[in-house]
Ligand binder design. Structure first.
Ligand SMILES: Cc1cc2nc3c(=O)[nH]c(=O)nc-3n(C[C@H](O)[C@H](O)[C@H](O)COP(=O)(O)O)c2cc1C
Length: 371
């Protein structure tokens, strides 16, 4: 499937950056889920650009639910969310002199769609489309939270500045990771250490001043997920999550638990010892990130995503003319984010929620979520 993800719950996304609408269809949702306007709007607000650390293209994201909801609840039939594009400036993408933006999808889109693609503002490849994923994901985040499953993401690294990890913050402050997520999920610039956050914001401004961009690493925790969810091979919990995470534009790496750091550890250090705590099986460390053999073990799923520096930068770069394929320099116009990461964080929460919802519905059936 090209623009559809999932098995028991399927999400289809559609639209282009400068077309009339973007949107998403969720098929397979349980009947009776809350559709909270307030929550969907607050999630869209977390993605919306603001200030000099983001693009100047600010969209109101006044979405319409075209089908699948009645009296504030899902009906169980396809839920279609439409979001109009209202703040477009297509003259910045003049076809006559089109030069491929290095790092963006202009060249590969032309190879695949033979020049018929709507290239304005990056078309179907634009970060703009992620607004639809956030609106759809909000419905799943809400449904999961009513089952005690909470998802949250913070900016773990940006340039050479680090935020404290979820695990270290929770043990330092003697709090549950779930409480940490509740706090971080309300923050527009999602960090646990606000001092590190100010330095990160300054690094984004410095890159923008230099006509450049920066990337970083997001850390996500999914807590409250029952053990026994996932499949042993091709639909392992890691495969499903990384499939949808790698679909997010700009994500170039995904690791679980201790991730690539594990190569420097021995089995005796890396294994997570099992314990019985008051009748519940837990592990005393979580280097495996809550997944063994593709199946959840009941510990928090911990994952990290590498987010690349925004490809559209204002520095002069070498490229090719898309009409003639001759070498050409590019000086990009248009409005762009000097960093994607702080806006991508809620997109990551949203896609994780869609994947986890799908895995749970596959395991327990659609009605598992009915309120
Ligand atoms: C929330 C969000 C905002 C983005 N904003 C921009 C942007 O302003 N300019 C840009 O060139 N790329 C932006 N991107 C990234 C591009 O869409 C992405 O790099 C491009 O489609 C190529 O895909 P790839 O990086 O996954 O290979 C954004 C991505 C996200 C998730």
């Amino acid at each position: 499937m090209k623009n559809t993800f999932g098995q028991s719950l399927q999400v289809t996304i559609f639209g282009e950056s400068h077309g009339p609408y973007i949107g998403a269809v969720l098929d397979g949702l349980a009947p009776g889920l809350d559709i909270s306007d307030e929550f969907i709007k607050s999630q869209l607000e977390l993605r919306r650009p603001s200030g000099a650390i983001s693009t100047a293209r600010v969209e109101a994201d006044e979405y319409v639910i075209a089908s699948g909801a009645f009296n504030g609840k899902t009906t169980g039939t396809p839920l279609c969310i439409l979001i109009p594009n209202t703040n477009t400036r297509s003259k910045d993408y003049d076809k006559a002199g089109r030069v491929a933006r290095p790092g963006h999808a202009d060249f590969t889109a032309m190879c695949k769609y033979h020049g018929f693609e709507d290239y304005r503002g990056g078309g179907h490849f634009s970060g703009r489309i992620t607004a639809a994923i956030v609106a759809a994901g909000a419905v799943c985040i809400d449904a999961l939270s009513k089952k005690g499953i909470i998802i949250g993401t913070h900016i773990n690294e940006l340039s050479d500045i680090s935020d404290i990890s979820f695990k270290d913050y929770a043990s330092k402050n003697n709090v549950d990771i779930k409480d940490v997520l509740d706090t971080v999920n309300k923050k527009k610039f999602a960090v646990l250490d606000d001092e590190a956050g100010s330095k990160m914001e300054q690094a984004i401004l410095d890159a923008a001043k230099d006509s450049d961009s920066v990337g970083g690493v997001l850390e996500t925790a999914i807590v409250g997920i029952p053990s026994g969810v996932g499949e042993p091979w091709f639909d392992s919990a890691e495969s499903i999550l990384s499939h949808i995470l790698f679909s997010v534009p700009g994500i170039k790496g995904v690791e679980f638990g201790a991730g690539f750091d594990m190569v420097n550890k021995r089995g005796s250090e890396f294994n997570d010892p099992f314990r019985n705590e008051n009748g519940t099986v837990v592990t005393s460390t979580n280097h495996n990130g809550g997944i063994n053999g593709g199946i959840t073990n009941g510990m928090p799923i911990i994952l990290r995503c590498a987010v690349k520096p925004t490809p559209s930068i204002y520095k002069k770069q070498q490229s090719i003319n898309l009409n003639t394929l001759e070498n050409a320099d590019i000086e990009i116009e248009g409005r762009h984010d000097p960093a994607i990461i702080h806006r991508a964080r809620v997109v990551v929460d949203s896609v994780c929620a869609i994947a986890i919802y799908d895995m749970l519905a596959s395991r327990y059936g659609t009605d598992y979520f009915t309120n």
